[in-house]
Design a protein around this ligand. Structure first.
Ligand code: ADP
Ligand code: ADP
Length: 206
């Protein structure tokens, strides 16, 4: 089985931000369930419409929907040598389903305390043309693209609180689960983006 990497951490930890360099270093394509769900929603598919209410409330989309998406994605040819999962798995049942379809050789957990998360999420902006991620304070966009930036509908304080409790209740137990399998590496996500990137680069090459 191919060797995949999981990027793990709370909402706003910096998974999407750090993914690009990991893709460049490993050649593995990024598989973000959040991006896939948003694409399904934008395309108006039944799956996207079903997922919408959970996403906007900040709750997890049911496991069977997510696992179905991943099973389909993993049949594509670019996934044969493993992928970089971003935002998946988020529950123990998802991790158990993943274990049947791909070998996870490394889980990179980006650790950020709750009190830093809300400011990161509420200030997050996205470039709809490129998918690039910015922040009003921590990573301002160049002025020529600033006008087209969008804010995700679930990037508000109320939904963030729900997402954080979903993370603590349903997702964070996975850290121990993967640690027991000997594949968990933790990095400090509560520092400058370049310092986080340097720690991740070390983990990947060691
Ligand atoms: P995730 O994919 O884990 O939800 P993102 O990569 O989208 O997180 O980052 C969330 C927000 O925080 C974005 O606006 C991003 O620019 C910002 N951000 C990411 N990493 C850092 C960091 N190390 N310090 C400050 N802000 C950061
Ligand atoms: P963030 O990293 O900022 O939390 P994502 O883009 O990963 O955001 O996810 C956005 C939303 O999509 C989540 O709040 C949840 O509703 C849904 N989602 C994404 N991935 C999963 C998953 N693996 N399991 C369940 N729901 C998911």
């Amino acid at each position: 089985m191919s060797q995949s990497i999981v990027l793990f951490g709370p909402p706003g930890a910096g998974k999407g931000t750090q993914a690009e360099a990991i893709v460049a270093a490993t050649g593995k394509p990024q598989v973000s369930t959040g991006d896939m769900l948003r694409a399904a929603l934008a395309a108006g598919t039944r799956l996207g419409i079903e997922a919408k209410k959970y996403m906007e409330a900040g709750e997890l989309v049911p496991d069977n929907v997510i696992v179905g998406l991943i099973e389909e994605r993993m049949t594509q040819s670019d996934a044969m040598d493993g992928v970089l999962f971003d935002g998946f798995p988020r529950t123990i049942p998802q991790a158990e389903a993943l274990a049947e379809i791909a070998e996870v050789s490394l889980v990179i957990s980006i650790e950020v305390p709750d009190d830093a998360i809300v400011e990161r999420i509420v200030g997050r902006r996205m470039d709809p043309d490129t998918g690039d991620i910015y922040h009003i304070t921590f990573k301002p966009a160049p002025s020529e693209i600033a006008g087209r930036l969008i804010q995700r509908k679930d990037d508000n304080e109320e939904a963030v609180r729900t997402r954080l409790s979903a993370y603590h209740n349903q997702t964070s137990p996975l850290a121990k689960w993967y640690s027991q399998k000997g594949v968990l590496a933790t990095v400090n996500g509560n520092q400058a983006m370049s310092d986080v990137a340097a720690e991740i680069a070390e983990v990947i090459t060691s």
